[in-house]
Design a protein around this ligand. Structure first.
Ligand code: F0G
Length: 468
């Protein structure tokens, strides 16, 4: 039964939200050129744009903010942060950073040179960009099931070990500075990786002398899936599984904006103390002194406490079941989603949902617009707007395989009732999908166009949620 687990917390502080009127939603859409990145958050009712930095902190974390020590060097909160990184992940060399992509920047700017290759199940876009900026190659080697939205597999985030072995055999060692693995696999639908796969990948890396780093953003959700789904793992606690995972790695990049349950923060950890010493010099240039790395003392405290809290089995059971129930409800309504549902988001297959809209008219962006128009809900397009491009030789438009809308669920923020409401908005769209109009892109920036692109609606007719 969907939505059967109640929230394992009660509300102590409320932040009012309200649904703008139909007229206001329409005006906001027009003004933003149908790009939801350009709609102020206050005009959004339910914001599912991202699960990053959007968590609600606990009373324990808020209490921790008051214990912030804002000394420049050696603040007490740094030592709490250090204790969390060391005890949870087992890494004694690390630097704090203000968010995950800085950890990526520091790691790849130190290790990656032109033509070097970095494998991963799927690189997240900032990871890829931080490799490509050094003219390295970011290679995605997720298992074939991970690329098929309908394929059922308990660990669709697994990396294809045969392809990894082939890559390692065919490439000189000097061209692979490190190997990455993303837990859970965000770009592949938030799908988990099994402990067996992590272990086998780690062994392969060791065999070929390649350092193995984990992109740890959603480490606790991944550990929970292992405990639930992987044979022989049921008796282990979440902290035990987490430790077992990270004992297999040489280091990690972490955005505490996800499974750190904080609004800002992250770290880069490594067993290579010389590497961390080198990186500290660069850290001082771009983030700050190594005991704060771009964060206030109070932020360090919030992350230190969040890293422990996120491993609470009751929290994790609710978290994964809430996102799962959200997806199950959509499936019940006949809305095509990526199956099985991942840890932090539900992904809707917009090409199949809005089959009357060709890919050249951005079906996933059209669905994002319909969700806002219909109910003030904000999701994010992960499809032709984000990944489409013009072929430099033929000048033709090239589209990705999938046009998805990601509805990411912030941690501890929305109740089951909020998510049920989002399903109701989707149900209205499902009943008359042809009322959703295709879009014409009328402005695009040369890089990362999805943030600033502007659109016009194509078909004449009446949009979803508009008065008819
Ligand atoms: N790695 C993964 C797997 C991510 O999902 C993200 C961010 C990052 C690295 C970068 O971390 O934002 O702290 O610099 N993902 C967010 C999202 C933005 O919406 O999925 P960051």
């Amino acid at each position: 039964m969907p939505f059967h687990l109640p929230e394992p917390w009660r509300v102590k502080v409320v932040e009012p939200i309200s649904l703008p009127t139909e007229k206001e939603r329409e005006e906001r859409l027009q003004k933003a050129g149908f790009n939801l990145f350009d709609v102020p958050a206050e005009a959004v009712f339910i914001d599912l744009l991202t699960d990053s930095g959007t968590s609600a902190m606990s009373d324990n974390q808020w209490a921790g903010l008051m214990r912030g020590d804002e000394s420049y060097a050696g603040a007490r909160n740094y030592y709490h942060f250090e204790a969390a990184v060391t005890e949870i992940f087992g890494f004694s060399h690390f630097v704090p950073v203000h968010q995950g992509r800085v950890a990526e920047n520091l790691l790849f700017s130190t290790l990656v040179q032109p033509d070097m290759i970095v494998p991963n199940n799927n690189h997240f876009d900032t990871t890829r960009a931080n490799i490509e900026i050094h003219r390295g190659l970011a290679v995605d080697l997720v298992i074939p099931e991970g690329r098929d939205p309908a394929a059922e597999h308990p660990f669709k985030g697994n990396i294809d070990l045969e392809r990894v072995r082939r890559l390692f055999e065919e490439t000189p060692r000097s061209r692979i500075p490190l190997a990455m693995l993303t837990l859970t696999n965000n770009s592949g639908g938030g799908q988990p990786v099994s402990l067996a796969n992590i272990r086998a990948y780690s062994e392969l890396c060791r065999e070929f002398g390649i350092p193995f780093y984990i992109d740890a953003c959603r480490f606790a959700e991944n550990a929970f899936f292992i405990q639930q789904r992987e044979p022989g793992q049921q008796e282990k606690s979440i902290p035990q599984i987490v430790r077992e995972i990270f004992d297999l790695a040489d280091g990690c990049t972490m955005s505490a904006k996800k499974d750190g349950l904080a609004n800002m923060g992250g770290f880069l950890a490594s067993r290579d103390d010389e590497l961390i010493e080198t990186i500290k010099q660069r850290l001082i240039l771009i983030e700050g002194f190594p005991t704060y790395g771009g964060l206030a003392g109070r932020d360090l405290e919030a992350v230190a406490r969040g890293l422990w809290e996120v491993m609470d089995p009751e929290y994790l059971r609710f978290r994964v079941s809430q996102v799962g129930a959200f997806g199950e409800r959509m499936a019940e309504l006949g809305i095509p989603i990526i199956q099985p549902v991942g840890g932090h988001a539900v992904y809707i297959d917009a090409r199949s949902f809005l089959s009357h809209i060709p890919q050249s008219e951005f079906p996933a962006q059209a669905l994002v617009v319909a969700l806002y128009r219909g109910g003030g809900v904000r999701g994010v397009e992960v499809g032709s707007v984000m990944f489409g491009r013009k072929d430099p030789e033929t000048g033709e438009d090239v589209y990705p395989e999938l046009d998805l809308v990601r509805l990411a669920v912030p941690r501890r923020v929305y109740t089951n009732t909020h998510l049920r409401y989002v399903c109701d908005v989707l149900e209205v769209i499902r009943d008359e999908p042809e009322r959703v109009k295709g879009l014409n892109m009328v402005y695009e920036a040369p890089v990362l166009r999805h943030f600033t692109a502007r659109f016009e609606e194509i078909e004449v007719g009446v949009g979803v949620g508009q008065p008819s």
